[in-house]
Ligand binder design. Sequence first.
Ligand code: BTN
Length: 341
Amino acid sequence: MLHLGTLVDLLAAAPYVSGEDLAEQLGVTRTAVWKQVGILRKLGYQITAHPRRGYHLVGRPDKLYPWEVRKDLATQRIGKTIEYYDELPSTNRRAKEIVGTVPEGTVVLAETQLNGRGRLGRSWFSPPGTGIWLSLILHPSFSPVELPKLNLLAAAALSRAVHTTLGFRPLVKWPNDLYYQDRKLSGILTEAGGELGRLEYVILGVGINVNQKNSDFPAELRTKAGSLRMMSGRLVDRRQLFCGFLQIFEEEYFYALAQGFERSLAYCREYTATLGRPVEVDNGQRVYRGKAVAIAEDGALIIEAGGERSRVVAGDVQPLTDHCSCWKEESDELATKTEAD
Ligand code: BTN
């Protein structure tokens, strides 16, 4: 079976390559080469054919094809297996279907999601070709209580990858979003399975807004969401960012398995969009209002109000921007928990 990636590499190795040479190097017939070139064209590769000189690779599509991504991926485990789709309902959903049959570190990737899922039952806007929509399958050896820290670790890894690739550092909004200039650039949806305090699997679903223009977002997101392109003022190489993220994630993940999460937590505390701000946190059962003062060792967010501290392990954080300027004076009032209202 002829690998498309090998054919692309051979085409890229010289300005022109004859069908005969390709057939010989690949050990197939010239007709097989011609058919595969046709497939590459359908996949978006621009390939011209000259009667005497042969095939010429003019351009590659902006797609995250596994053979394109793998060239730059220097990881040992994470992303060594990539399931790539042009279109999926949701990469997390697909990851759940295959979780028992693929190695740890497998990544499900789609150019677009028709039913991308966000946290707390929300949907996630996943248009074709402009973002990175991926789900990473893990089998961590720790207990489910460590999951909040894994989310933070992933957010920290992505923030670092953006910094390396683009030179600016998105801030981590607890529990795992990335923000820059008050716009949400990325979100993470973690889904886990197991029993009796044991994690069988974790699916880490990561959505990154990469090359959207502001007008590409639906009206209701236009003032809240942002993309890396909007922040950096240039088109971003999705392949480079994808590889950078997986590399840093791998480094941090295996470090945390051996040494604990403190290093990632320290990053999230330093580059935070949450700490020091008056916030409202809804954990589904209760709404907390107060000042976000710390991320605890277990990844919980500590909210202080009226001299009392509360721990929140999961939830949705909203900044209380209206109260920012008068936070000190009003802190007691803000301490009121909604359930007591
Ligand atoms: C959030 O609500 O902030 C989390 C968004 C997570 C979106 C990603 S995109 C890839 C993966 N597949 C999904 O359906 N959702 C996650």
